[in-house]
Ligand binder design. Structure first.
Ligand SMILES: C[S@@+](CC[C@H](N)C(=O)[O-])C[C@H]1O[C@@H](n2cnc3c(N)ncnc32)[C@H](O)[C@@H]1O
Length: 508
């Protein structure tokens, strides 16, 4: 069915939120890519834009809880409710249960919204349901509809913290493996709450091009852990000159920490050529590039999807003529269209050996150069044993960055894991083949799921005789709560970062 555009009788902010929710549901849109365009098209700015953003993101994050509450208020299955009316009810529930909107306004504006996209009958239905929703506050509803936490703790968290059950279970398992059963039991609610909180904007300075002091003078706060990080209290990061000029960017502090750990890990012998094997859209590549250039080393940034490789090129633009080649070198078989995501750390659609490296020309590194190519990291166009340091930031479920992508938790399923872990293992084997004996590989995911972190590393290491594990914890100085090692797992509720995983491996 074609999307139904709310008429002008509905207020603009709520109509914009409904448009985004409908596109997320019907077209697999990403809210954080679509929303800015919708705000612009509808002329929403300032407080109206902030209100719309909260309506969209808050509703998408809380969807599991709101659906359970709405289900308790309707006398039919939710599947039988007109989907666009259900979207509007979710937006209404978010206002009633989690925002500072007077109840009568939350109900009447949502009823108007439903009338504008449907009919009089549907608006009367919405009115009745929202009045029922408004009869309790959020804790009262949770008491009423969630399973008893003693009998079914995962079921309770699923409903009360609005996460699919398989994700609650996977995050709990990972917390338990890294922090022990008692701490996991204590922390799991905080972790899920952190996924539901709006993340702040963290900036990164590109080494050699900008300093944190420049950002703090513009009102940002110096980062806690990464020497390149600064936190922005509000406003548009693109309005800051260092960001506009490509001398700084937006990047989660966890991503900065894992990239810096690879760059600073002690290495014997040559340290001249680094590889970022899955580089798109280029957040880590831009930081690694600065760190490599500082010591006269070169970086090859590879990405299978050509349009994402182009984003890597843009991320490196601040380094000017250090970037060699006028365009991204693209191989004959690399025409893979991966999902486009603009925020650093976003993972793309999986590509498993569909591409190839054929036809991509890898230049000889020279001193202090940067090159971007589009090729399949599994069938790499470079010579084995070429690199001294390799970053493998593997495509993954993204369960460690749920707070950034409000709809993503409802999109992925446990069935994705088999396909993903197969590719992750192949990429890791290729990364280990790509590094010289004595060189280092960082295996990184923005997911703490044990199957795509600990298990992938264990399986690949077990199948080879030339790999040793390196304790990564000392490479994140000053970062507390890093667990028993040798791998590092960061957590949103403990570190304020995405849940990045890092295993550091040395080829012997
Ligand atoms: C987690 S993202 C990388 C994020 C990036 N390192 C950053 O910090 O901006 C994983 C990337 O791997 C790419 N990818 C997936 N399969 C690949 C393959 N076989 N070879 C190379 N890149 C691949 C995806 O297109 C995606 O851009």
């Amino acid at each position: 069915m074609a999307p139904r555009t709310p008429t002008s009788t509905a207020d603009s902010a709520r109509a914009a939120a409904l448009e985004v929710l409908e596109a997320v549901r019907t077209r697999d849109a990403s809210a954080n890519l679509l929303l800015p365009r919708v705000l612009r098209d509808r002329g929403l700015s300032g407080r109206d834009a902030a209100f719309t953003t909260e309506l969209c993101y808050g509703t998408l994050r809380g969807l599991g809880t709101y659906d359970a509450i709405i289900a308790a208020c309707v006398d039919r299955e939710l599947d039988a409710v007109d989907p666009v009316v259900l979207d509007a009810l979710r937006i209404g529930a978010h206002q009633l249960l989690a925002m500072d909107v007077p109840p009568h306004a939350a109900v009447s504006t949502t009823v108007d919204l439903v009338r504008s996209v449907s009919n009089e009958g549907a608006s009367r239905f919405a009115n009745a349901i929202l009045r029922r929703v408004g009869q309790g506050d959020l804790p009262a509803w949770i008491d009423r509809i969630a399973p008893n936490p003693q009998d079914d703790p995962e079921g309770f968290l699923t409903v009360s913290r609005s996460h699919p059950r398989w994700i609650v279970s996977a995050l709990w398992d990972s917390l338990q493996a890294h922090r022990g059963a008692e701490r996991a039991h204590k922390d799991i609610g905080d972790l899920l709450d952190a996924d539901n909180a709006r993340p702040g904007v963290t900036l990164v300075t590109r080494p050699g091009l900008a300093q944190v002091g420049e950002l703090t003078e513009l009102g940002a706060l110096a980062g806690r852990y990464s020497p390149y990080a600064a936190y922005l209290a509000g406003g548009d990061p693109g309005a800051l000159a260092p960001v506009r000029e490509g001398r700084a960017g937006v990047q989660d502090e966890g991503s900065q920490l894992v990239a810096t750990a690879l760059a600073t890990a002690p290495l014997e012998g040559r340290d001249e050529w680094w590889l970022d094997m899955c580089a798109g859209p280029g957040g880590k590549a831009a930081l690694l590039a600065g760190l490599a250039l500082e010591r006269g080393a070169s970086l090859l940034a590879n990405e299978i999807a050509p349009h994402r490789a182009e984003l890597v090129r843009r991320a490196l633009r601040g380094y000017g003529d250090r970037l060699v080649g006028a365009e991204v070198a693209t191989g004959a078989g690399a025409g893979i269209d991966a999902e486009l995501g603009l925020d650093a750390g976003i993972e793309a659609e999986l590509v498993d050996g569909e591409g190839d490296g054929g036809g991509v020309e890898v230049m000889s590194p020279g001193t202090g150069t940067l090159q971007v190519i589009a090729a399949d990291g599994i069938r790499a166009p470079w010579q084995p044993g070429s690199f001294d340091r390799v970053m493998l930031d593997a495509p993954c479920t993204g369960l460690g960055a749920l707070r950034r992508r409000p709809e993503s938790r409802w999109r992925r399923g446990p069935e994705d894991l088999e396909r993903l872990t197969r590719v992750q293992r192949r990429l890791l084997s290729s990364a280990l083949d790509s590094v010289r004996p004595g060189g280092l590989v960082a295996y990184v995911t923005c997911s703490p799921h044990l199957e795509e972190t600990r298990d992938v590393v264990r399986q690949v290491v077990k199948a080879r005789r030339d790999v040793e594990r390196v304790d990564a914890r000392p490479l994140l100085p000053g970062v507390p709560d890093l667990g028993g090692g040798p791998d590092v797992q960061l957590w949103p509720h403990l570190h304020g970062t995405d849940a990045m995983y890092l295993a550091l491996l040395r080829r012997s």
